[in-house]
Each structure stands twice: as structure tokens, then as C-alpha cells.
Design a binder for this molecule. Sequence first.
Ligand SMILES: NC(=O)c1ccc[n+]([C@@H]2O[C@H](COP(=O)([O-])OP(=O)(O)OC[C@H]3O[C@@H](n4cnc5c(N)ncnc54)[C@H](O)[C@@H]3O)[C@@H](O)[C@H]2O)c1
Length: 255
Amino acid sequence: MAGRLRNEHILVTGGGRGIGAAIVEKCILEGAEVSFIDLEEEEAKSLLKKLDQDKKLLFVKGNVCSVEDLKRLCDSAREKFGSITGLVNNAGRNSYADPVTMTEQQWEDVFDVDLKAAWLTAREVLPDMITNKRGSIVNIASVHANMTYPSMFPYAAAKSGLVGLTRSMALEVGVHQVRVNALSPGYTETFLVKEFFERNDPSLREKVLDVHPMHRMAEPSEIANCVAFLLSTEASFVTGANWIVDGGLTSRFAG
Ligand SMILES: NC(=O)c1ccc[n+]([C@@H]2O[C@H](COP(=O)([O-])OP(=O)(O)OC[C@H]3O[C@@H](n4cnc5c(N)ncnc54)[C@H](O)[C@@H]3O)[C@@H](O)[C@H]2O)c1
């Protein structure tokens, strides 16, 4: 189905590659105007070239942990396309710290990207959404908010926090007809998953596939399809939810 996001202006964080790039592409396909931010310029530029939609796309290089960068992004985005009607907080990173040796700075670096940035970005777009009585925010959490894996401390804490933030924010802004949901992907074929497997024993990938009911991981586009639904008015009564999109992985326990 195409055209579900016509007349929408969607802001995507970490839109340069992986799940974020698939979300940018899907939103364009569904008729939206899209503004996105990423730390990395090279992959974002390849995406702009691939989509070839100058009139409907805006890229700003920046860091979602920087209030100045977010203001610069939102100012340019509003100048080009008007009020922002949808936000996807997608930028995120893995964490492989040890709870004993981890420094406070390392802790803050993880929580700044995986949790705090979602609030900082929402803070920029909510005033317009509240005034216009229209808006949808989707926070890309993770199945780690429900179950986790050893050696990834404190990723699960940050992603659980993001699901909690989603619930709280949904209650705060629901009266203004602004919806806030989380979407928790399982294993999805991106750089982050490649990095995860590279840090582990090469046989882990096969073991992981073995416990997947569909014996495969998600493609980024399969996550983006669900995000587009949550952004659209088809999801007009969905708020405060955490949608698990994991091919059934967390329905299974050992055995
Ligand atoms: N791939 C998976 O299996 C998986 C599973 C569950 C959740 N997630 C979540 O999905 C989201 C996207 O992950 P992905 O797999 O596409 O990762 P990815 O590393 O391929 O892409 C993440 C993008 O975010 C950008 N980014 C990171 N930090 C940033 C910052 N501070 N400011 C601006 N941009 C920044 C990166 O440059 C990159 O382009 C993340 O929040 C991740 O935690 C991924």
C-alpha cells in the first residue's frame, strides 16, 4: 500500500543506514516528506542519491545527543517542509561494557544515545504536535527490553528505559491526540548485528538462526513496514504500546 503518509512530515534519527535508512525509504514511498539526521555523512549521501527525491528529503549531519544539532535539524526541517507530524527515534548503539570496570562516562555515552536523545528529540517536536493536535512518535527499542544476552551490559537497561519513557510520554500527550509507541525489533540484518556476531564465536550466527521460528533474521524493510503503520492514521488508537517485531524469537524459551 502506498500513500499512507501523504501530507506527513516525518523526522528520522540515525536515518543514514540500517533500519533508519529503510524507514526513510518507506516513508518516502508512502508519500511523506522526510528529514533525517545522522552522524555519518557518507552513507546518508548514498541514500539521498539512491532515492533521488531532493524535493521531499532533507539530510542534516549531526549528533542526536547535542541539543544544538537537534535545534539546527528541526529549524531546517520546518523551514523546508513545515511542522513535523511524525518522529522516529531510531539512532542507537550497542554496548559491551563490564558492570565492574565500566566508567561513568561510558555509562553516560550509552544512555545519552539509547535513551536521553529520544526525549531531547521529542522535546523539539512536541510543541507543534500539541498545538496541531496531531502527531505520532515511534521509539525504536529492542527485544533486549524484555530478554537480554550476556556481555551486552547495560544495553537492556537503556532499551527498557526507552519503553518506559514511551509509556510515560504517551500518557502525558495523549489528551492532545499525539500518540507515542515503541517498536522492539529482534535480530535485523544491519551493521549492529554484524558487529555483534564479529565479537563472538563464528558459530553463534547458526545457533541464533536455529532458535528463530522462521529460521531467519529480519530485513530492515520488515521493521520499516511496521513503523510506517504506527506513524499512519491506520494506527489512530494505538498508543503507549511496545510492538515486538522479532519473527517469534521471544515466544520461545530453551528446550
Ligand atoms: N539491528 C538489530 O538487530 C536491532 C535489534 C533491535 C534494536 N535495534 C535498534 O534499531 C536502531 C537502529 O539500529 P541499526 O541496526 O539500524 O544500526 P546501524 O548501526 O546500522 O544504524 C544506526 C544509525 O544511527 C546513527 N547514529 C548512531 N548514533 C548516532 C548519534 N549519536 N547521532 C546521530 N546518528 C547516530 C549511525 O551513524 C547509523 O547510521 C537502534 O536503536 C538499535 O538499537 C537494532
